[in-house]
Design a protein around this ligand. Sequence first.
Ligand code: ARG
Length: 587
Amino acid sequence: MRVWYRPGRTRWENGGVTSTYDVLLGRLSSAFDAISEGTDPVLRTSDRSDYQANGVMALAKSRGENPRDTAQKVMEQLDLAGIAEVEVAGPGFLNLTLTTQFLNDQLRTLISDERLGVAGSTGRTVVIDYSAPNVAKEMHVGHLRSTVIGDALARMYRFRGDTVIARNHVGDWGTPFGMLIEHLLDLGEDEAIASLSIGDLDSFYRGARAKFDADDAFKERSRARVVALQGGDAETRRLWQILVDESVAYFAEVYRALDVTLTPSDVVGESYYNDMLDDVVRDLDALGLLVESGGALCVFPEGFTNRDGEPLPLIVQKRDEGFGYAATDLAAVRDRVSNLHADEILYVVGAPQGQHFEMVLAVARAAGWLPAAVRCEHVAFGNVLGPDRKMFKTRSGETVKLIGLLDEATQRADVALALRPSAMTESERRHLATQIARAAVKYADLSTDRQRDYVFDLDRMIAFEGDTGPYLQYAHARLRSIFRRLEHPWDPSATTFTLNDRAERELALGLVAFPEAVDAALATLQPHRLSGYLFDLAQRFTAFYEACPVLVAPEPQRSERLALCELTSRTLALGLSLLGIEAPEQM
Ligand code: ARG
């Protein structure tokens, strides 16, 4: 294995590493199994000691024992290599303290591992349904959340080695398209395209809506147009395609501005499933699941009732014979399972659609379209609130344009940067402001428990202090500046970690915990597990940097500290990249 370093340029080869966490968990599992099969330990990092093992309670229960006695037995079975201290604590936890030698070995492997200890996967196929704005409508902050969370998950899965199939399930079908097409004709194609391509989607939509509400003849034309669209009329399809293409081009611009990995080829909108909807109805009927109710064709999945305790229908085909949102999602599940061979399907969609997904998935399972082995989850998220803690709207009550928020954030970052002494050119500064703005907006979203609402507060998000994206970027840039000051090439592979200073040890413990944080974020589909870890690491670094001079320290301390800095910098950069946040070299 060859590891070499030159300031600003690093190349690493993978060493096939098992993380500290996995080593300890593996040993604990063996100790548990030696006592009796069936229960698993839980391992956490802890403030009291380095790690804390839980799960003894369950083991004790299965044996009808006092948990503290069981903990004692686990302790006797435990392979203690590299463990300096183990003690039974509380009602039956095990507190583990690692030896410096063990931490040294772990850090040395991380140095030569470009994955920083994060294990690869068995190559699963994961379909992530995210972003999903609607054609000829502005993307609102809800779509921001879906886009940012979905993209972070996509990056984490890809890094793990899974195949991610992004599905941008855009709303490109349904009754509104009658009025939208008629409006397009009224405006004239060129005029309409011009208005859509400057991203003025909402005013286009509002224009159509206003006419639809005020003008009966327009309403009639719109209705006839929907019929023509559904009937496959070629000219109508062409006009519809203009709306779709212009909107998709606009979405792509927003994705580029956000630095999101979605591309136009990930757009597989509702219309894609049209041809599959008849089969959905036919097959549900053949299975005896379809019930006519009030003229509509419905499925009543088991376990769903309304407030009065009456069974709740999932409407598959409406009275007017049109198919709805649910039918499309049923077809999409089938497509993803049988054609895309998904091992996992994730829907990154707001919490209010929770019942919709529960019902769709329940029906898909009942129909046998969704095998139990396929993990299928609604990755739900809460609302973005304005400063008044109500739904985030502009002062005039309109949805807030995503791109406008980003521009404002960029502006503010640029102003803040301009105030600092720096050798940056204007265009470098502008670029950096863009990177900071994206980090601010994305991090604010990704660092809150996604189920919760959060307040969109640009001042807080863009601050260089506190739990913010720019703070983490800044911590990384500070680290890079240490290496820029190095005069001679420096080789971290020969480092021995003695971790004599408490702050060094704390930082080291933070570094070896990275794989655990990535795993936790993936297992729970909660990116904030990773962002919280990164914030903690940055704080450990700050404490270390205050307590431990680096460049002026005598050897071998200097090299050891540089190596800790190097690992911290790489961990921050990799962690941020998994969240879709850039880590500039200089700030
Ligand atoms: N277009 C929908 C909306 O804006 C979200 C679609 C989510 N994905 C899905 N498969 N239903 O609310």
